[in-house]
Design a protein around this ligand. Structure first.
Ligand SMILES: C[S@@+](CC[C@H](N)C(=O)[O-])C[C@H]1O[C@@H](n2cnc3c(N)ncnc32)[C@H](O)[C@@H]1O
Length: 204
């Protein structure tokens, strides 16, 4: 991402270590360890859950999800994803924009889901105000989408670039979920300003 170089020292080494580890374990990106931490701390995904993964490319979250659940995993991204396979199964891969009406209709047909995850991020410009505003808009769209595809009692987690919208979005989530909180996984680079907003127990 244009505005964020790698840090030297322990953070840089840790980042390299996680990238190497992801490759050696057959994952497309080190992001998988962020999902692992969310899962370890909050048990968002249960065996047999149907899961929707928004902003799924290159596919490390969806690959892990195929291990975590025996239920369907639907992986959506603006970018083409050839195939995501793990644990002898494959995700249903869709190319599209989850803010777009036709894509939403496709997701409604494939749902409902027990869990909706979004690691989606806007293409960064280096203008932090613009990037964080676009990131917050993606969280809002994911939240609206939940109203159409997330089951009552379901869980969700959305990536957000911190820029002042955290409390507003969290309070929106608290109205729609039994509980909502903000987390910054240790696997996020220290210099990254991303956090995850997590909602548990969707009220519909
Ligand atoms: C950080 S990457 C996701 C990494 C992924 N979780 C993994 O582990 O491989 C963010 C992705 O969000 C996607 N994205 C951003 N906006 C989107 C949108 N409106 N609809 C679908 N995908 C989107 C981007 O194309 C990009 O591939």
């Amino acid at each position: 991402m244009a505005s964020r170089g790698r840090k030297r020292g322990s953070e840089g080494r840790r980042g390299d270590h996680l990238s190497r580890r992801a490759r050696s374990e057959g994952f497309a990106a080190r992001s998988v360890y962020k999902l692992d931490e969310l899962q370890r701390r909050l048990s968002l995904v249960k065996p047999d859950d149907a899961v929707l993964d928004l902003g799924a490319a290159p596919g490390s979250w969806s690959a892990r999800l195929l291990e975590l659940t025996g239920g369907p995993v639907v992986s959506l991204d603006l970018q083409q994803i050839e195939r995501i396979e793990r644990a002898g199964r494959a995700a249903t891969v869709i190319r599209g924009d989850f803010t777009d009406k036709d894509t939403i209709n496709t997701l409604i047909e494939l749902g409902p889901f027990d869990v909706v995850l979004s690691d989606a991020a806007p293409a960064t410009t280096g203008n932090r105000a613009l990037d964080t505003t676009r990131s917050a808009a993606l969280v809002e769209s994911a939240l609206v989408l939940c109203g159409s595809v997330l089951k009552h009692g379901g869980n969700a987690a959305f990536k957000l670039f911190q820029g002042g919208d955290e409390q507003r979005l969290l309070s929106e989530m608290r109205q729609r979920f039994e509980a909502a909180k903000q987390l910054k996984p240790k696997a996020s680079r220290n210099e990254s300003f991303e956090v995850f907003l997590v909602g548990v127990g969707f009220r519909g």
